[in-house]
Design a protein around this ligand. Structure first.
Ligand SMILES: Nc1nc2c(c(=O)[nH]1)N[C@H]1C(S)=C(S)[C@@H](COP(=O)(O)O)O[C@H]1N2
Ligand SMILES: [Mo]
Length: 198
């Protein structure tokens, strides 16, 4: 027996591996209607626009493979996602120079906020496939965000809208004390917690 926890350097500090795919969300799984669903880009952009699910699926896609991390301490290894790079869709919206932040809006009024810069990586996808199949409704399908470098609450399920802002505005969990930045390697779980708090 040891006082020290075994550390696996391949997963962020304080995380535990899961082989399943935990389900985590507030509210009920919303009903999807392809006739009315739109993905909207608005706020401080030169070219606000919206796209249908069919239009989204006409865009070139990328695959991302890697590990995802939830603030409730599970990490799931080697997940496989496919979707449209967010960067590509942003270019079309043409953010104004003062647009520095983005709020993802989802069904059930779920929101989460990030600096625009943090969302321009090649690994940030508007995702609609998981493990080679259509993303299941329970995991945010048909369309969810994937920002895999950050704790998973920064990846909105049932995505509907990107709002571009000059000033940061906290999202659903950020307003309730979750960390604004959410880097799992820095254990940015909650704000206003002393750094020694596990
Ligand atoms: N719309 C919406 N998206 C959400 C959430 C939510 O409550 N509503 N929860 C977040 C949290 S805390 C996590 S860990 C992941 C969980 O995704 P999963 O259920 O596919 O594992 O979704 C994130 N996206
Ligand atoms: Mo989470």
């Amino acid at each position: 027996m040891s006082f020290f926890k075994t550390k696996d350097p391949t997963i962020p500090p304080g995380q535990t591996l899961t082989t399943g795919f935990p389900i985590l969300h507030v509210g009920d799984v919303p009903r999807f209607d392809a006739k009315t669903w739109r993905l909207t880009f608005d706020g401080l952009v030169e070219n606000p626009y919206e796209m249908t699910f069919d239009e989204l699926r006409e865009e070139p896609t990328e695959e991302w493979r890697g590990d995802i991390h939830c603030v409730t301490r599970w990490t799931k290894k080697a997940t496989i996602w496919r979707g449209v790079p967010f960067k590509r869709l942003v270019e079309r919206a043409r953010p104004m120079p003062e647009a520095k932040f983005v709020v993802q809006h989802a069904d059930n009024d779920y929101t989460t906020n990030l600096p625009l810069d943090a969302m321009l990586g090649d690994d940030v996808l508007v995702a609609y496939e998981f493990d080679g199949s259509a993303l299941e409704p329970i995991h945010g399908g048909p369309v969810r965000m994937l920002v895999p470098k950050l704790y998973f609450w920064k990846s909105a399920k049932w995505l509907k809208r990107f709002e571009f802002l000059a000033e940061d505005r906290k999202g659903f969990w950020e307003m309730r004390g979750y960390h604004n930045e959410a880097d799992p390697w820095k254990e940015q779980r909650y704000s206003d917690m002393p750094s020694w708090f596990g």
